[in-house]
Design a protein around this ligand. Structure first.
Ligand code: GLU
Length: 306
């Protein structure tokens, strides 16, 4: 029996309405605090090309930590296994910006999706790319199949101005010898990538590579090998949702990545990618309506990887 996806999305809108207004915008980055809180969008893109959407699916928002997935996949495509000499693959069990864990683990971040890990990945990109910022943007544009993807300079400036903790993490990494370039340069590129604006439609497109064994659909040349893609998805599953990755696996059952802008992108290999966005977050930093929407989606469609 075929599944009526549009109906499922419409039901999700009704069944998440009780959560409207619950949660908190990420105000530790002042520019992010200006977002209108009630927005909510979903874009579902099947691997056969059909797509369904609802709400604010075409409104751009700050992708924040979702960018860490792009950075990691580019680093893996350039460096392969060498990436794992400088960053681990374990869930952190602590906040995404924890200094404590980094100190007692001697500067090897637990995984590439906590801030420390992403800073190390960014450092790798700076060493490998001739024009790191432009090359990373071109890579993301290629994945999204669209040139008009930009950094929101106001958000980037706001992060630079108030990023005391990230600066502390980067300096600690440098002290442990796990940053090779200048700390300022690493922080700048990190903030720039976190400050990219994209919408649900664009994010669902850009994640198709991870549902397609490492190939951008419609192209011949793989960016990642099937094994690298499997690992990327495994990391999203175990580490993609801050200190709530277990809960996300339990209630939703898809690999994915969230950001403090309120976006979440998830996927089912060979079947679909789905991006949801709603800016109000729970205390762990994940979108409250976004998490509920994805839980309802996998429950109603029966499409979880487990
Ligand atoms: N730019 C944010 C920070 O470093 C990213 C946070 C996130 O989405 O996890 O604090």
């Amino acid at each position: 029996m075929s599944i009526d996806y549009q109906r499922i999305l419409d039901e999700i809108v009704e069944e998440t309405a009780f959560l409207k207004g619950k949660g908190k915008i990420a105000d530790y980055i002042p520019e992010l605090a200006k977002v209108v809180p009630g927005q909510f969008g979903i874009y579902l893109r099947m691997m056969d090309g059909t797509a369904y959407h609802t709400g604010d699916a075409f409104t751009r928002f700050s992708i924040q930590s979702i960018s860490k997935v792009f950075a990691l996949s580019l680093a893996v495509s350039l460096l392969g296994e060498k990436v794992w000499q400088r960053v681990g693959v374990e869930p952190s069990g602590t906040a995404f910006n924890s200094l404590l864990q980094l100190e007692y683990e001697k500067g090897i971040p637990r995984n590439p999706f906590i801030n420390a890990g992403a800073l190390v990945v960014v450092d790798m990109l700076i060493s490998e790319l001739s024009h790191p910022k432009e090359d990373l943007m071109e890579y993301i544009r290629m994945l999204a199949g669209k040139q008009e993807i930009y950094i929101n300079e106001r958000v980037a400036d706001s992060e630079k101005q108030f990023g005391y903790r990230n600066a502390a993490v980067a300096n600690l990494l440098k002290d442990f010898g796990n940053i090779n370039n200048r700390v300022e340069e690493v922080l700048d590129l990190y903030y720039d990538m976190c400050s990219i604006d994209m919408n649900c439609e664009e994010l669902s497109q850009s994640f198709r590579i991870f549902a397609n064994h490492g190939k951008v659909p419609g192209t011949d040349k793989p960016i990642l090998t099937p094994s690298q893609t499997k690992r990327q998805n495994a990391l999203m599953q175990s580490c993609g949702f801050y200190d709530e990755s277990g809960e996300f696996t339990f209630t939703v059952g898809l690999p994915g990545k969230s950001g403090v802008g309120g976006g979440i992108v998830a996927l089912f290999p060979e079947k679909f990618t789905i991006a949801v966005w709603s800016p109000l977050l729970n205390e762990k930093g994940n979108s409250i309506m976004g998490m509920k929407a994805l839980e309802l989606f996998t429950t109603k469609s029966g499409l979880s990887i487990f």
